[in-house]
Unconditional design. Structure first.
Length: 168
């Protein structure tokens, strides 16, 4: 008898829980649909930079352009381009921050055909390192900063020791 009454009491609670979960999922899908309509091709958006790839004083968002929208199973993914390359991986639209009013001039004039593919981590590293100091790298040969034409910093050189310019 106890098990039967417990079963009867739990059914309404389960139904309420499922109804609430379905309602939340519909709200989430509606918000994603509104974001999909809000962002178009060649819009400037910000993608969050993970705390591992930046310091507390660096920017929190990587400014990018939307170059392609891919819709797959009711999910909208976007291919993005950054000043130093096109991001290899796609990003879901719910991670975007609107930067249309604060878009960089270099990003607006970017010709997507001529940029190479880079990973999100590389793009974040180039963005963070490029805004660190005003001196060019004095490293020889294998330095990725020098090859990319950006300034070197302590953030990009953790394994190889300090750059010769950084000690001055």
């Amino acid at each position: 008898m106890f098990a039967r009454s417990g079963l009867l009491r739990s059914e309404p609670a389960t139904n309420r829980y499922l109804a609430t979960a379905n309602k939340k999922m519909k709200q989430y899908q509606n918000s994603i649909n509104s974001l999909t309509k809000k962002f178009n091709l060649n819009d400037c958006v910000g993608v969050p930079i993970h705390t591992v790839d930046r310091t507390n004083t660096n920017a929190k968002y990587l400014p990018c352009l939307i170059v392609e929208k891919i819709e797959k199973d009711k999910n909208v993914m976007c291919k993005l381009a950054y000043q130093y390359g096109k991001l290899e991986n796609t990003v879901t639209i719910e991670h975007f921050v609107d930067l249309k009013s604060a878009c960089l001039e270099e990003l607006k004039q970017l010709v997507i055909v001529y940029v190479k593919d880079i990973t999100m981590i590389e793009a974040c590293k180039l963005y963070v390192c490029g805004s660190t100091n005003g001196r060019t790298c004095d490293c020889k040969g294998k330095c990725p900063c020098k090859k990319a034409g950006v300034f070197c910093s302590t953030k990009c050189r953790s394994k190889r020791g300090p750059c010769k310019n950084m000690g001055e």
